[in-house]
Design a protein around this ligand. Structure first.
Ligand code: PEP
Ligand code: MG
Length: 759
């Protein structure tokens, strides 16, 4: 063990956790084992300590952290003060000299001025093996001696970020006993990167799980991208599963500025597989070596550049060990009750996610627990075995997306985030809307297969009424297609927009409107292409302002007392024509590409003049609407009551949006769990409105459909067929049951007719 303040990684090993933290020690150990670790050095925890002591800032610094961490405002204030104290202090001269000389030596070895990554490796004095993973910051693509010294200081300062302070207080760590080593390593300018688990992270099975995406690994680690997923049987090295995702973002080094930037991957790469089979098997092999080295399963960050694999860090998968120690608790009574929003049962560890910065916590098989899900959580929702939320109703974001992903969900529990804690093992029953502590024994067939295909074991009945499917996220297209639906009765484009990294206005502000239109086109195209030539009704934008505000550049969204009654649907597009025009450009491009199966559906119309103005706008912007189906959502009682006037205006179809029609007819907020008991799609007033619209449309030869949640209820479907609806669009998981019910109802009607004629 060397006792210098700045050490080469090869000079440290697993016994040096107190000096270089877990990350630094593990990298040193991997270097000794000749694993492919990028070269570098560690600015030790003792260097950090001397920095604090020689500047005489200990009292001031630790005193500034003695605050009520439950008050977010006060916590942010403490962060600001502490970071300023660190940044105003000077790095001791000999330590700075050492950092500079080691960096120069790295450059000399490489033959040029190198880019480095500066990562945090924290360690607690009295508990050296405590894990502070993910609490402190990493700085990528740093070049030049002075910048490296600055980045080391920033790493030190990140020990006083709000999240890190909060974590230490809640875990009972003394701030003054936690030190930080900064690991400086040559930056791998990765073409692809990700993580690997050398054994299954939640079950401990003998499989290697690999996740990968384009560019640097940050987007996979932070959970902001949906990575490809590969599972390999370690015993026979067979690749058991490959799930190729749509990868919307990547982090790369900007060749001009040298800074790390976030960009969409090139079009031809978005849906392409990240790893070749030989790369997968090579990674499995490295995972095994590192697991053998430490004697326990590892969670490894990897990167590939010019076909060369690098290992950026490795740490033990602690979750499996815990499982071995404690026998699974057997669940008895439910600890939480909510709405069963997506059917299926799942057992796993609860992971509380406060916002998108915490998505990385959710590993495959975990249960995502949040106040409410937001569109930027979709990548983590895809990894989750189940989802539990405090808020929301059957048609909230979490409910819609989890149904499309085939992931069990319980929403509107009111207190999941208070009652559940990180790592708690729970069983989620998405059918009954219950959450149990521990494992609930269920018939094997009831356990959910996350994202499993909808297997049709028998041939589908032919129905005169078309049975379609709803799609909101492009990732659900394959599952939607497997239902053999007669088309898509609702494609919600706001989920595609909300899935982008920034607000449409931000694209416009940055002069990137074309890029935005391309994003829209490529996402919609996945669905219209998969279903071609079956019809796909694409709905124009219908996003409430509260959801848009959360996006980067969304600060300008108006704050409304009741967003559900506010600036959304067609009323928004008719005012914000700058955005409507971009939607129209995307539609035109799709028509140009030959997708004549696309229809356009206008949401939230309340007066025929809105339909007229929308059509005029689309025509004026060069969209030939005579070639495609144009329709409206009937989701405001006003539209249902004067449907004849809409028909006179000219339309090809209407579709009942019963989620909104129910809330507006009954004055029951659809997302409010406190009035969920009054939310009844079968209320006679709603059925009366629907009946009126079907009668009027049938007289005029206008197609009628339903795309609200009620259409997924076989009982409602039966009633609608009796009323003469043309098509029904259901959720992926409901298509089969609805189709069966429709077939039976049609036969009953035929039989009844024949009997009456025979009388
Ligand atoms: C509806 O209101 O029934 C509907 C399908 O639209 P959304 O749920 O997107 O408001
Ligand atoms: Mg609606």
């Amino acid at each position: 063990m060397a006792n210098d303040m700045v050490l080469w990684l090869e000079e440290v090993g697993k016994e040096d956790i107190a000096i270089v933290g877990g990350k630094g020690a593990s990298l040193g150990e991997m270097m000794h084992a000749e694993l492919p670790v990028p070269p570098g050095f560690a600015v030790t925890a003792q260097a950090f300590r001397r920095f604090i002591d020689e500047n005489g800032i200990a009292e001031k610094l630790f005193g500034s952290l003695d605050v009520n961490v439950d008050d977010a405002e006060i916590l942010r204030g403490a962060e600001k003060t502490a970071k300023k104290i660190v940044s105003d202090a000077k790095v001791p001269v000999d330590i700075e000299k050492s950092i500079r000389s080691k960096y120069k030596e790295l450059c000399k070895r490489e033959g040029n001025e190198v880019y480095v990554a500066v990562r945090s490796s924290a360690t607690a004095e009295d508990l050296p093996d405590a894990s502070f993973a993910g609490q402190q910051d990493t700085f990528l693509n740093i070049k030049g001696e002075t910048n490296v010294v600055e980045a080391v200081k920033k790493c030190w300062a990140s020990l006083y970020g709000a999240r890190a302070i909060y974590y230490r207080v809640k875990q009972g760590f003394d701030h003054s006993k936690v030190n930080l080593c900064a690991v400086v390593q040559i930056m791998v300018d990765a073409e692809k990167a990700g993580v690997l688990f050398s054994s299954h992270p939640s079950t401990g099975e003998q499989v290697t799980i690999i996740e990968g995406a384009w560019g640097l690994g940050e987007s996979v680690v932070s959970g902001s991208v949906s990575p490809d997923y590969y599972m390999v049987d370690k015993r026979n090295k067979k690749i058991m599963e490959r799930k190729i995702s749509m990868k919307n973002i990547m982090h790369i080094r900007d060749p001009k500025t040298g800074k790390t930037v976030e960009l969409p991957p090139p079009e031809d790469k978005k849906n392409a597989k990240v790893l070749e089979d030989d790369e997968i098997l090579k990674l499995v092999e490295l995972g095994e070596i590192v697991e053998d080295l430490y004697g326990i399963p590892q969670d490894v960050e990897w990167a590939i550049k010019d076909h060369e694999i690098f290992m950026l860090q490795s740490r033990p998968i602690t979750t499996i060990n815990k499982k071995k120690e404690s026998k699974d608790k057997v669940a008895t009574t439910a600890i939480l009750e909510g709405l069963g929003a997506s059917p299926g049962m799942a057992y796993g560890e609860a992971k509380l996610v406060a916002d998108s910065t915490e998505l990385g916590k959710v590993k495959p098989g975990d249960i995502l627990v949040a106040v409410m899900t937001t569109p930027d959580m979709v990548p983590a929702m895809k990894r989750a075995a189940a989802i539990v939320t405090d808020e929301g109703g059957m048609t909230c974001h979490a409910a819609i997306v989890s149904r499309e992903l085939g992931c069990p969900a319980v929403v509107g529990t009111r207190k999941a985030t208070q009652l559940l804690t990180d790592g708690m093992k729970i069983t989620v029953d998405g059918e009954k809307g219950l959450v149990f502590e521990g494992k609930k024994e269920v018939a094997a067939k009831q356990m959910a297969q996350p994202q499993a295909s909808v297997m049709l074991a028998r041939s589908k009945p032919i129905t005169a009424t078309e049975i379609k499917v709803n799609v909101s996220i492009p990732e659900a297209t394959a599952r939607a297609l497997e239902t053999q639906a007669d088309g898509v009765g609702l494609l919600r484009i706001e989920h595609m927009i909300l899935g982008l990294s920034k607000h449409p206005k931000q694209y416009i502000k940055e002069g990137k409107a074309d890029e935005y239109v391309n994003e829209l086109v490529s996402r919609i195209q996945i669905v219209v292409d998969a279903f071609y030539p079956k019809p796909v009704w694409v709905r124009t934008l219908d996003a409430p302002t509260d959801e848009f505000r959360a996006m980067e550049g969304g600060e300008g969204e108006p704050i409304e007392p009741n967003p559900m009654l506010g600036f959304r649907g067609i009323r928004r597009d008719l005012i914000d024509t700058e955005h409507f025009e971009l939607e129209v450009r995307a539609f035109k491009e799709l028509i140009k590409r030959g997708f004549s199966n696309m229809g356009i559906m206008i949401p939230l119309v309340q007066h025929p003049s809105e339909l007229r103005r929308a059509k005029e706008f689309m025509r004026a912007k060069g969209l030939d609407i005579s070639k495609i189906d144009i329709g409206i959502m009937v989701e405001i009682p006003a539209a249902a009551l004067i449907i004849d006037q809409f028909i006179a205006e000219g339309l090809d179809f209407v579709s009942f949006g019963t989620n909104d029609l129910t809330q507006y007819t009954l004055a029951v907020d659809r997302n409010n769990e406190h009035v969920a008991h009054l939310y009844n799609e079968l209320h006679p007033a709603i059925l009366k409105l629907i009946e009126h619209v079907i009668i009027e449309c049938n007289k005029a030869g206008v197609k009628t459909s339903i795309c609200g949640q009620a259409g997924s209820n076989p009982k409602v479907a039966k009633r609608l067929v009796e009323l003469g609806i043309t098509s029904i669009s259901a959720n992926i998981d409901a298509v089969e049951a609805v189709r069966d019910m429709v077939a039976r109802t049609e036969l009953q009607l035929l039989l009844k007719g024949a009997r009456e004629r025979g009388k």
